[in-house]
Design a protein around this ligand. Structure first.
Ligand code: NIG
Ligand code: FE
Length: 422
C-alpha cells in the first residue's frame, strides 16, 4: 500500500510514544500536537510531528490529505457491546415508560429471554446482515475496534450461531473485533429451577466447541441478583479459563452482590457496568484497598453510561472512581434492551455531562483504555508509530471540549480504518 501524508492538522490528539493503561490522575492527560502532519504507511502510523518541523516534501507522496481546520483523534475503542441481535425491543421501552423496571420485564419473560426467542427464529445469515449494518453504522460514528458478546442464544445451537456470526464479522470487517462468550447471560426458562443443569450445558456442551472452533476470546457472565450468583460466576469462568478464555464480566449493574470480589479473584480483564457501588467497592476498584481475598486490583473498570441513561438509573460514579485511582474505560453496551445505541460520541458526552469526567479523561477512557480492555493496546487506541492508522477526522471544531459539549451534533467528518477511508 502506498504511503499517505496528512498535512495541516489543526490538532492531532492522543499521540503517545509508549503504551500504558491510564489510572486515576493520568486519565486527564491527553497528549496533543497543534498544527501537525501524519504519515501513514501500509495502513499503519509511520510518523507524525509539527508542520513546522516536517522533513518530507509533499511532492514525494502520491496520496495527500489537507486536513486544514480538522482535529484528528484515534478511532474509538468500544470494549463492551452485544451488537449481534435479531430484533429491537421498543415494546419494552414503552413498558418502561409506563413504569415497569428492567427486572420486572425480565421476570415476565421479556428482556434477554425475549431477544433469545427472536434470535432462534433468525438464520445465521440474517443475523450476520443485521450485525454488519450496525457495524457499518458505528464505524461511521468513529469506532475502529469493538468487542461483541454472545448471550442471546442460551442454547448450544443459539450460542454457537451467535459466535459464528461474530467470527464472520471478524473475517469480513476491517475493524478490530474481539468476541466474548456470554452463555451465562440469563437462565433459560427450562433451567430456571435447575441452575446446575444449565451450567453443565455451558461447561460440557458449549465451551468445548467454542474452544475447538476458536469462537471466543473472553468469557463473560451476568453476575446479578436473579441471574448468576458470584459462586456460579466463578464456576463458569474457571471452566472458560481452562480453555484460555479470560473473564470480562457484567457486575454491579443492579445490585452489589460480590461480583467485584469474584472478578478480582479471577483476575478479570475488566469489570463492566458498575452502576451500583458501595464506598468499599470504589476503594477496591481503585486499588486503594485489597479485595477480601487479598488481591489489589490492577484491572479495568468499564463504565457504560448510555445503559444507565436508558434504564433511568443513577450514572456510574466516575469521579469517585477516578479519584480512587481507577483505570476507567468507556463503552456503549450496544444492545436492544439497555442501550440501543452504539454511538461512542454520545457515551463521551454523557460521561462529561452526567459523570463529570473531563473531556480528556473521557477521550482517553474511550481510546487507549478501551484498547486495553480488549487487549488491543499494541494495535489501536492511540496515535503511535506502528499502530493502525485508525483515525477520526472531525469537522471544524474550536476545541476538544467541543466534542462532548455539542452533544447532539454529528462532528465526525471522516473515519480512516487501517489507512483507508471508511
Ligand atoms: O449489558 N445486563 C445484562 N446484559 C445487557 C442487557 C441485555 C438485554 O437487556 O438484552 C446489558 O445491559
Ligand atoms: Fe452488557
Amino acid at each position: 500500500m502506498a504511503s499517505l501524508l496528512i498535512t495541516n492538522i489543526k490538532l492531532l490528539a492522543g499521540v503517545r510514544e509508549e503504551n500504558s493503561l491510564l489510572r486515576g490522575k493520568q486519565l486527564a492527560k491527553l497528549p496533543c500536537i497543534e498544527n501537525a502532519y501524519l504519515v501513514v504507511q501500509d495502513g499503519l502510523v509511520a510518523s507524525y510531528g509539527k508542520m513546522a518541523e516536517i522533513q518530507y516534501r509533499i511532492s514525494d507522496f502520491v496520496n495527500t490529505i489537507d486536513a486544514s481546520g480538522q482535529t484528528i483523534l484515534p478511532a474509538w475503542c468500544d470494549s463492551h457491546t452485544h451488537l449481534v441481535f435479531a430484533a429491537s425491543r421498543e415494546d419494552e421501552f414503552i413498558d418502561k415508560i409506563k413504569g415497569l423496571s428492567y427486572a420486572d420485564i425480565a421476570a415476565k419473560g421479556g428482556g434477554i429471554l425475549n431477544s433469545a426467542k427472536k434470535l432462534h427464529a433468525a438464520s445465521e445469515s440474517e443475523l450476520f446482515n443485521l450485525a454488519w449494518k450496525r457495524l457499518e453504522e458505528v464505524r461511521q460514528l468513529g469506532t475502529g475496534a469493538i468487542e461483541i458478546k454472545s448471550g442471546y442464544g442460551l442454547t448450544v445451537e443459539g450460542e454457537l450461531k451467535m459466535l459464528r456470526v461474530i467470527k464472520k464479522l471478524k473475517e469480513k470487517s476491517n475493524l478490530s473485533i474481539k468476541a466474548s462468550f456470554l452463555g451465562a447471560h440469563t437462565y433459560p426458562l427450562e433451567y430456571k429451577e435447575d441452575h446446575q443443569g444449565y451450567i453443565d450445558l455451558i461447561i460440557n456442551e458449549m465451551l468445548p466447541v467454542i474452544a475447538k472452533e476458536k469462537l471466543a476470546d473472553y468469557i463473560d457472565v451476568f453476575c446479578e441478583t436473579g441471574f448468576f450468583s458470584p459462586g456460579e460466576t466463578e464456576t463458569i469462568c474457571k471452566a472458560g479459563m481452562s480453555y484460555g478464555l479470560k473473564p470480562k464480566l457484567h457486575v454491579n449493574q443492579l445490585n452489589s452482590i460480590g461480583g467485584i470480589e469474584t472478578g478480582i479473584k479471577l483476575n478479570a480483564i475488566s469489570l463492566d457496568h458498575l452502576e451500583t457501588l458501595t464506598e468499599n467497592d470504589i476503594s477496591i476498584l481503585g486499588g486503594l484497598k485489597a479485595s477480601p481475598s487479598g488481591e489489589v486490583w490492577r484491572g479495568i473498570s468499564s463504565l457504560l453510561p448510555t445503559a444507565a441513561f436508558f434504564l433511568r438509573m443513577p450514572f456510574q460514579p466516575a469521579r469517585k472512581l477516578i479519584d480512587a485511582g481507577c483505570a476507567i474505560a468507556l463503552a456503549t453496551d450496544y444492545n436492544p434492551g439497555s442501550s440501543p445505541s452504539g454511538n461512542m460520541n454520545l457515551v463521551i458526552a454523557m460521561s462529561c455531562i452526567q459523570m463529570k469526567m473531563l473531556p480528556e479523561e473521557a477521550i482517553n477512557a474511550a481510546t487507549i483504555n478501551g484498547a486495553y480492555a480488549m487487549e488491543l493496546q499494541n494495535e489501536v487506541g492511540s496515535i503511535m508509530v506502528g499502530k493502525k492508522a485508525n483515525l477520526i477526522f472531525t469537522k471544524a471544531i474550536p476545541s476538544l471540549a467541543y466534542i462532548p459539549y455539542a452533544f447532539g451534533s454529528s462532528l465526525v467528518d471522516k473515519v480512516m480504518i487501517n489507512g483507508n477511508m471508511a
